[in-house]
Design a protein around this ligand. Structure first.
Ligand SMILES: [Fe+2]
Length: 204
């Protein structure tokens, strides 16, 4: 027992005081921002700061809405009920995963421009223009209608963003909005809108 204590003291002396290193975590002081949300950092991608800031702002608005749409798909994935439960349960989850991919693409584009991507869902909730769903469960037609309205809100901003980034020649953001975001939304709208069509499975 005595020799164990001696060994421990020796190693503490060697590791802690002998060379100035410590195994203890060095916790940081919180709340100091390296870069404020409203400021851009300089990156050499051949675009003026004003262009990068304009694109980052519009992309962050779409990112905030996309974060909310992702959560809305998960909410409906959990709350869906009725005869179409299984297929919609799976479809809503697939769309949620695809929206999560768009969240990452949009966020990393904002960072590539020198901006700060909206990350905290509570920050996204402050910026989004998508109406908040009730905390309880809605029926399937209301769930799908709500999703379609959210898609249309985002698609409108994406179309505006495509025009803006074309004028400013921010082709990276333009390509992302047209090739990844717009097409994914249009496809998802088709897949869920068809569930609102009242067509019998067989002839009467
Ligand atoms: Fe699940």
């Amino acid at each position: 027992m005595a020799s164990t204590t001696t060994t421990t003291r020796r190693s503490r002396t060697r590791n802690g005081n002998g060379h100035g290193l410590s195994p203890e975590p060095q916790y940081a002081k919180l709340g100091i921002e390296v870069q404020p949300f409203s400021e851009m950092r300089s990156l050499p991608i051949g675009l003026d700061e004003s262009v990068r800031a304009e694109s980052a702002e519009l992309l962050n608005e779409i990112l905030a809405d996309t974060t909310i749409l992702y959560a809305l798909y998960k909410k409906h994935h959990w709350n869906v009920a009725g005869p179409t439960f299984y297929q919609l349960h799976l479809l809503f989850d697939k769309h949620a995963e695809e929206q999560a991919e768009l969240v990452d693409l949009l966020a990393e584009r904002v960072q590539s421009l020198g901006g700060i991507a909206v990350g905290d869902p509570r920050h996204a909730a402050e910026l989004t223009t998508i109406e908040r769903a009730p905390d309880g469960a809605e029926d399937v037609p209301a769930q799908i209608t709500r999703l379609l309205q959210a898609h249309e809100t985002i698609i409108g901003k994406v179309r505006d963003g495509i025009e803006t980034t074309e004028k400013s020649k921010d082709w990276g953001s333009n390509d992302l909005l047209m090739g990844d975001v717009l097409r994914r939304h249009e496809l998802q709208v088709w897949f869920i809108a068809e569930h609102l069509v009242d067509v019998p499975l067989v002839e009467d």
